[in-house]
Design a binder for this molecule. Sequence first.
Ligand code: B3K
Ligand code: ZN
Length: 891
Amino acid sequence: IPTISRHDYQPYPYRLPHVALEFDLDPLQTRVSSRLEFERVGNVNEPLLLNGQDLVLESVMLDGQTLAPQAYRLQDETLTLFPTKASFTLQITSLCKPADNSSLMGLYVSGDKLFTQCEAEGFRRITWFPDRPDVMSRYRVTLRADRMHYPLLLSNGNLLESVDLPDGRHQAVWEDPHPKPSYLFALVAGDFACREQTVKTHGKRDALLQIYSDRGSEPKTQWALDCLIRSLQWDEQRFGLELDLDRFMVVAARDFNMGAMENKGLNIFNSAYVLADKDSATDAAYRAIEAVIGHEYFHNWTGNRVTCRDWFQLSLKEGLTVFRDQEFSADMLAHDLSGAEAASARAVKRIDDVSTLRIAQFPEDAGPMAHPIRPESYQEIGNFYTATVYEKGAEVIRMQHTILGETGFRAGIDEYFRRHDGAAVTCDDFVSAMESVYVQRNPGKNLDVFRRWYSQAGTPRVKVDLAYDAEAHTCSITLAQHNEAVGIERLQSPVLPKPPLHIPFALGLLDQQGKPLPLEHDGKAAETVLLELTEERQTWVFENIAHKPIPSLLRNFSAPVIVDIERQESELILLAQHDTDPFARWEAVQELATRQLLCLTRSISDERQSDIASGLTETWKRLLHDPNLSAAYKTRILSQPTEKELLEKTSPMDPAAVVKAGKHMREQLGRALAPDWLDIYRATSGNDDAYRPDPLSSGRRSLHNLCLHYLMAAGHPDAQPLAVAQYYDATNMTDRMGGLSALVHFSDSPQRQEALNHFYEQWQQDPLVIDKWFALQASAPGATVETIKSLMLHPAFSLRNPNRARSLIFQFCMNSLQGVHTPEGYAFWADQVIALDQLNPEIAARLARAFDNWARYTARNREAIRAALQRIQQHPTLSRNVSEIVSKALK
Ligand code: B3K
Ligand code: ZN
């Protein structure tokens, strides 16, 4: 399998301004005829290379003349021609088989409909084409299909014509006025319900917004449409970016590999990110829909108008667009609020995003797949839609926002579009646009050191030292960064030292009573200062500090780093009560809990008894009753660090001990604060007849459910009856799921199975709800391989549907630490990777990454995982996707 390197990029030697495609759609065999108008830009006699995969080539015509097979070179996945003229037209006809396409890349069948997915390299499964993002063309697309089975025929852009044909077929012609790369092409055919609304854009143009879904599900698309409208408004207000289309369509698909896809004017979505009503979707699902609708819509500018020159630049569009969707969600949470309340509402989103980063990206950055946000090489680009490219990529954009400030960042974005609108560019082009603003405001400085974030993998560690001079009343803060070799860097000898990064480090100081101290920095006085660490070690001195202060570090998580500092528990307790930065305050509580959990983990490994410290319980109790904290924020601050975060901090990693420690702490906190949980549980039970997924009431529901979980964990006598009542009496899915998950996670009484059976009976017609039913059972603490195997025999289970596979197999393999970290668990995992790989390599490769960090586990786990990995590797028909993952893991 060849490795593609970033440095080998060569521009395509031809331009392709116009593309015309004709589709004779049929699930068994679809004929695609293309007409491609090429213009040479490279040297005379440069061969013309086209990509194709799983296609049957019928004919090739050059300027109207059919070519004999000896006039071109047809290989497995390439078609090479040898044109002699400076401009010419190629017409190619080929066949593909949508119904046989279980990879869900290219043109495929889902239920009774046809969909496409082209990013990154799926277009080559549709027709022979220069399938690379730097070739941008205007598309005219003719779709023909059986009228009864496929009454609706959609593609990008504007509908030019729709006519009936003989033999019960019909035809639609679409034209997209915007040049685009092939990965943004889409078509959809089938019978759909549609919800639509026309809105006025900022520039007073009418835009038709449409949400298409399965017939019968139209009552569930109002929220998605509302989110889309809010996305349009937000992008106009915050970034000055207006929709450039007359028509913007979102189509829901049951079978979809990821969340959604930003095809120009025709977004295709996993139905999980479109459909919601109060009876079937949780508050979390509503928020996720908002984020994904926003994300794909924002791609229309950051991704589509300005796209990537090559796939190494993926973070150019993904990091930036994730940053934009995070800000959109935060602004929606803080809507109508101001001051400290707005800050705390935004912090809830920040906490959730940082947790995701720590659970998914930090481990990736420390394992065999570690890569910079702009990777240097890949075997299969489908494997690089990673937490690093997306989530760390967003952090790298956020740091530029932090360094430049909101107005500076906005000026940088404006400059980026001024320079590159309509082009396929690089990450470096983005930083250069930002830098043009930075140098104006910071004469003599530049972003050279900052650029290293794009080429350096690994999570930096920043060590903080505080020295107080009681006589001079000064406090010096020293920051020292350490960038360790990760992934393949470790295998190089000698291991090269890595240069320092440009790290914006937000800091505050509190006095011994917890009051914020005003700090002088860069000629300004503020409660929070931004220290820009650009060298290995730097010291800053703050004056007029009367007593030794307590530092509040990395406020709002100003950089994706790990902070090392030695400090007393009493300092953390003070921060937990007083820090005015809501993120750092949450962090202090997490740190308290983490210390406790690690201590429990060690005592469990040594088979000792251990109790949790009273300082922690007291802190939690005070937070639980703090009238100034929102319910949503309380839910975050009173949630234990996840098993996965904790696992990363044990060495060697010991999943069994981590699970026991978490359980022990939950029980103890549940018991110690039982009357408090019960009080708050009662106080947070609202009348949800008038359900709305707004931040306030969903915050209340999340705290309500958290209380129930602690009561269940404590085995409180009232807990189970409350859970049962909450489950059966619920008037929305959030409360119902809260009740059911309390039973499924903490009970083995007959009521548990009764509720599960009742749930299935009630919801069996709704696939998204049944996904939740599988997921809940797969992630329950007692789930074993036997549980999962018997659920796989359930008539509702299918490995072919990615949502279903994720809800059962992935949930178990990735989130049921107790069940999967056993010899049978690992064997089951390997079997499923192999089985999935025969159907859908992209999905299989994700599952294959479940134990990336196997080498850091305790010896027993380590050897069993290695054996399972080797068994996968020896399978005779592995995809490029899985093969790349497994071979890197075993290096
Ligand atoms: N751009 C798509 C990702 C598709 C990749 C699949 N191999 C989704 C998104 O980030 O918006
Ligand atoms: Zn994206």
